[in-house]
Design a protein around this ligand. Structure first.
Ligand SMILES: NC(=O)c1ccc[n+]([C@@H]2O[C@H](COP(=O)([O-])OP(=O)(O)OC[C@H]3O[C@@H](n4cnc5c(N)ncnc54)[C@H](O)[C@@H]3O)[C@@H](O)[C@H]2O)c1
Ligand SMILES: O=C(O)C(=O)C[C@]1(C(=O)O)C=C[C@@H](O)C=C1
Length: 362
């Protein structure tokens, strides 16, 4: 099953990332969004060409990817199917049961539609945050219903393969329960931790290290999008959060008891910390950070104009492409760390070249 032409509806973070990945594999990509600015930016980033429904025959479009917020998936699917925009359809929403249920209610054709969900994303929205390699090595759930045409499933599998992700076939209800545990409840927990920082003192924020950054990164995401995701998976997420809240309440009680001099209270706390280690160790592969195929080279840089430019100059001299860059500031210090993500085979050469030129590479 070949994917020659794909229509992406919703050229935000996920739609544009899929479009960029497909363009790299020479798939023709047509772009649509209700926001013309989002299409323009996606096009300028090389994600494809504007979709003109008046001139583009639907039977030439193999697959339409609906990459809009969960609440709009079903209505968008209906509109596209009514217009005969493509042969097959998928969506990428973070919840699955409700959009499928709504699509059935609206009378959408469920034979040509296989819902899906890439388990990859960022805390930033819009086409400007998109990356062609966002899905590399990541799980991508697909949830064919009983009505789904096997050809529709095959074409969605091909999409996942072209984006470099790993397909995971799962029922919609099971999917939603699973992502409540591994994505949606963690998001709310991150928000609750980050909310404590809103009125934290400057002294506290000045002491912020990597731990709090790791735990709260996703709390920086678009609240509107996440309200839609959480509302679409309300009961499973509530169930996980109730369990988390129970653990947190127990931990707080144990700490109160410890503060009151009851040394036996360490037992409960230790159990929670140990259960945390067990849970953490069960997460497969690398967690977060840039695409798993990159290696991060850390370089100490002074907080002076031109430092980054000089650093990139070295990368250029030794022919190393910087796939991503992140700056870690040390509050109050005239130093920071630049984390350069590069291809694994380029890391050693770059490290050597930097050290030779006097850069501190820890
Ligand atoms: N952000 C993530 O990390 C992530 C990861 C996996 C899946 N998803 C899912 O992907 C979908 C898109 O999320 P995103 O992060 O790319 O959001 P985004 O805000 O970056 O992009 C969404 C785009 O959809 C457009 N849009 C909204 N309603 C539309 C409609 N009816 N018709 C056409 N365009 C419309 C918006 O203008 C916007 O450009 C959501 O369903 C989300 O649940 C998000
Ligand atoms: O890493 C991030 O920033 C994400 O938001 C990714 C993440 C996740 O929780 O894993 C968030 C929601 C999506 O539905 C899929 C992926």
């Amino acid at each position: 099953m070949e994917l020659r032409t794909v229509l992406v509806v919703g050229t935000g973070l996920i739609g544009t990332s899929a479009a960029l990945a497909l363009r790299k594999r020479n798939v023709r990509v047509l772009l649509a969004d209700r926001d013309p600015g989002a299409v323009r930016l996606a096009r300028e980033l090389g994600a494809g060409e504007d979709w003109d429904p008046a001139t583009q025959p639907g039977d030439e479009v193999d697959l339409a990817i609906i990459a809009v917020p969960p609440a709009h998936v079903a209505s968008e699917l209906l509109a596209l199917q009514t217009a005969g925009a493509a042969r097959f359809y998928t969506d990428v929403a973070s919840v699955k049961a409700e959009p499928i249920h709504r699509a059935a209610q609206l009378g959408c054709d469920l034979a040509s539609y296989v819902a899906s969900h890439p388990l990859a994303g960022r805390e930033k929205s819009g086409p400007g945050a998109a990356r062609a390699d966002l899905f590399l090595g990541r799980p991508w759930a697909l949830c064919p219903t009983e009505e789904a045409d096997p050809e529709a499933t095959a074409i969605v599998l091909r999409l996942i393969e072209l984006c470099g992700a790993n397909p995971v076939e799962v029922g919609a209800v099971d999917h939603d329960r699973a992502v409540a545990v591994v994505s949606h409840a963690p998001h709310v927990a991150a928000s609750a931790v980050a909310a404590r920082l809103a009125d934290a003192t400057d002294v506290a924020l000045g002491l912020a290290g990597q731990g709090v950054r790791d735990v709260t990164r996703i709390a920086g995401s678009d609240p509107g999008l996440w309200l839609g995701i959480l509302s679409g998976n309300a009961s499973p997420v509530a169930e996980v959060l109730e369990a988390v809240a129970h653990d947190l309440a127990d931990a707080a009680s144990a700490l109160r008891a410890l503060a009151d001099g009851d040394g036996t209270a360490t037992g409960e706390l230790t159990q929670l910390l140990k259960r945390g280690v067990v849970g953490h160790d069960r997460i497969p592969g690398k967690h977060g950070g840039p695409a798993s195929s990159y290696v991060v080279v850390q370089v100490v840089i002074g907080d002076r104009p031109g430092q980054l430019a000089r650093l990139f100059q070295v990368c250029d001299e030794v022919g190393v492409n910087v796939e991503d860059v992140r700056l870690e500031h040390a509050p109050g210090l005239p130093l920071g760390i630049a984390e350069l993500s590069v291809q694994p085979d380029a890391a050693a050469g770059l490290t050597e070249a930097l050290r030779e030129r006097g850069w501190q590479v820890p």
